[in-house]
Design a binder for this molecule. Structure first.
Ligand code: DLL
Length: 435
């Protein structure tokens, strides 16, 4: 029988009342820390007329002001630090592709906590000191590589700091060094899988048992494809630079949502339009309050990620709350001819009609009207030069998109492997509108 393993059983399976007690104690301390050391947030609290004395437990959390990406931008680079520079040992940063570079700071203890969370994720995916963990997330400013690298060391696994890129070498390492766990973005895992197939390799040719994939949205169908191609169990992992990086939450063997490390964070779900806190089970924007962070503590930080939470007991025995797979981001939403469109809706239509998740959404504005073009890759099995068949399939996709979105899109089916692959996060949307 499969036995669930934990990195820190006493914390990961702690009874709910005890978790709540721990969170309340830590919350009070964290709010004092921020009040005393982060003038930027103190000013926000003063504006709302709230002081640390008003916060007795998480029931008072709603009294505290939110922090947003706009605050991070305004306070960039040092304005939200809770420790002097001499106590900080590292920064990590996002790529800033949306023009909003985030720089997060860490004390040695912050790094230890972050790596501990990654260690929990690795053990939940079956990792141990006998595992060989190939970390194929980017290293450097991106948190993926350094976070899982550190977690893997804590578990005692042999760590291959492969970083992303050079796909043939990735496959060679997996094979030659008998890697058992692969960590990378799901798009890169799919890419490695495709390359393996091209090289004539089957799942039996590689020793991999599990994958820890995150940093971007991925569907259940993508999970099944990767699992079949590599012969592994694929686990989701979530996180963001502002809070530390990967490991904020992670999947267990049950694979129904990701356990949030509640000893380090309090999550809330809010209505993104009104800021109102929503009851358990509702879908809305995920907000986090850090509990133990020293260098970059964040109170009620709005992630823009859309999900829901459940306290339903998990068969794995972990007691920490689970968040469902992300349903998108509030800033993912495209407004096309006045209609709200999420890329995940488009992906659902493609998957329902049997297409792989290799697609590109191109939005433009022609004669003052928005246009939506969806380029969809065919699988090698679907590929045909019979134009009649291609036209028929395109028309079926147009119809599927119309009923999902209420919009007419132009769909172009393209040959296998013509849409650029990503070694990091996939770029699915190209918005050429100059508004
Ligand atoms: O992507 C941290 C990370 C690295 C997570 C490796 C998991 C694995 P950022 O670059 O700051 O940090 O991007 C954070 O990526 O707000 C989500 O919108 C998205 N994201 C992260 N994990 C997932 C996931 C890292 N499992 C932003 N599913 C977040 C869907 C994810 N989206």
């Amino acid at each position: 029988m499969f036995m669930e393993k934990y990195y820190q059983p006493e914390i990961e399976t702690m009874p709910r009342e005890q978790i709540r007690k721990l969170q309340n104690e830590r919350l009070i301390k964290q709010v004092h820390h921020v009040w005393e050391n982060v003038p930027y947030y103190r000013a926000k609290m003063q504006e709302k007329g709230v002081t640390p004395d008003d916060i007795h437990s998480q029931d008072d959390l709603h009294l505290l002001p939110f922090l947003t990406k706009a605050d991070l931008r305004e306070a960039y680079p040092y304005g939200l630090m809770g420790k002097p520079l001499k106590d900080c040992v590292r920064i990590q940063s996002t790529s800033g592709t949306t023009g909003q570079r985030v720089v997060a700071f860490y004390t040695q203890n912050d790094i230890h906590i972050w790596e501990t969370m990654c260690a929990r994720a690795i053990v939940a995916a079956g990792g141990s000191n006998e595992s060989v963990v190939q970390v194929s997330y980017g290293y450097g400013l991106f948190t993926g590589g350094p976070g899982l690298n550190g977690g893997s060391h804590l578990v005692g696994s042999l760590t291959i700091p492969a970083s992303s890129g050079n796909t043939d070498r990735q496959i060679m390492f997996i094979k030659d060094l008998s890697a058992t766990i692969l960590c990378c973005t799901p798009s890169y895992a799919a890419f490695i899988g495709e390359r393996m197939k091209e090289m004539g390799m089957s799942p039996d040719d590689i020793p991999l048992k599990a994958g820890i994939f995150g940093a971007e949205a991925w569907s259940e169908s993508m999970r099944r494809d990767i699992e079949a191609t590599m012969g592994i169990k694929a686990y989701d992992i979530y996180g963001l630079t502002e809070l530390c990086g990967p490991g904020v939450s992670f999947e267990c063997s049950d694979q129904h949502g990701m356990h949030i490390n509640e000893d380090y964070f309090i999550p809330e779900i809010i209505n993104p339009e009104t800021g109102e806190v929503l009851p358990e089970g509702s879908t809305g924007e995920l907000v986090f309050t850090t509990l133990e962070k020293e260098a970059f503590p964040l109170i009620r930080y709005r992630t823009r990620d859309i999900t829901s939470l459940t306290h339903e007991p998990c068969p794995c025995g972990r007691t920490h709350v689970r968040m469902t797979k992300l349903k998108g981001r509030t800033d993912d939403m495209l407004i096309i001819r006045g209609v709200n469109v999420f890329p995940s809706q488009i992906e659902t239509v493609l998957i329902n009609q049997g297409y792989p998740a290799n697609y590109q959404i191109i939005v433009d504005r022609v004669n003052n009207t928005d246009t939506l073009d969806v380029r969809v890759e065919m699988t090698p099995e679907m590929f045909t030069d019979n134009l009649g068949v291609v036209n028929q399939r395109q028309a079926k996709l147009v119809e599927g998109l119309r009923s999902m979105l209420g919009l007419t899109a132009k769909v172009t089916l393209v040959a296998p492997k013509t849409i650029a692959r990503s070694e990091g996060k996939a770029v699915r949307v190209i918005d050429n509108r100059k508004i």
